[in-house]
Write a protein that binds this ligand. Structure first.
Ligand SMILES: [Fe+2]
Ligand SMILES: [Fe+2]
Length: 193
């Protein structure tokens, strides 16, 4: 039997069923927006699928932190999600909490931009404007090198992701900023601009 294709509304509802934290929701929306943006840049036909995968990638994180990327596969199977969605979601934890390697471009982009949106968010919150709208890539690159800053963001994962994507680091940073600008309001990074 063919799996049902989830709508964005259903995916968001499922995410909220498992996650009550505002910051996790904002992270999910930032990753969703960035996945959509890259799908458009790459001329991918199914932008909606990329967005949904981004939205639900950390679905199990709040309730099952010790089974992150494992438990979510079970949940999504029960919800009748298609296999490629489940695989993509789990692969963002490659080498950290699961052994599913990102191979599709949707998986590689997710792997590269997940932590990068976190680093960009941390940089934005440090700015007087508290806004992503006037953020320049050079500010992100400066903080990239400052290992004490946002120490929870593992730069080596972002670098590995960008490497497997075979894109320029500057381009990925710029386009992730552009993506987050589009959803600045929803992710609480519009600041006072
Ligand atoms: Fe995660
Ligand atoms: Fe994440």
């Amino acid at each position: 039997m063919k799996n049902k294709i989830p709508t964005r509304e259903e995916a968001l509802e499922l995410f909220k069923k498992y996650n009550k934290s505002d910051s996790l929701l904002r992270h999910a929306l930032a990753v969703e927006g960035t996945m959509r943006h890259f799908a458009e840049l790459l001329g991918e036909p199914d932008v909606e699928k990329w967005g949904i995968v981004g939205l639900i990638h950390d679905l199990d994180y709040e309730m099952y932190p010790d089974e992150h990327c494992i438990k979510v596969q079970e949940i999504l199977k029960e919800e009748d999600y298609p296999e490629d969605y489940i695989r993509a979601v789990a692969s963002h934890g490659f080498g950290i909490c699961c052994d599913i390697e990102p191979v599709e471009s949707m998986e590689k982009v997710l792997y590269a931009i997940d932590e990068l949106t976190g680093l960009i968010t941390a940089v934005v919150l440090l700015r007087p404007s508290k806004s992503v709208l006037d953020l320049e890539p050079k500010s992100v690159k400066k903080k990239w090198k400052d290992k004490a800053f946002a120490a929870g963001v593992d730069r080596s994962i972002i670098e590995k992701g960008i490497e497997i994507l075979e894109m320029e680091k500057d381009y990925v940073i710029q386009e992730t900023i552009n993506a987050m600008r589009k959803v600045a309001e929803e992710i609480g990074l519009k600041g006072n601009l």
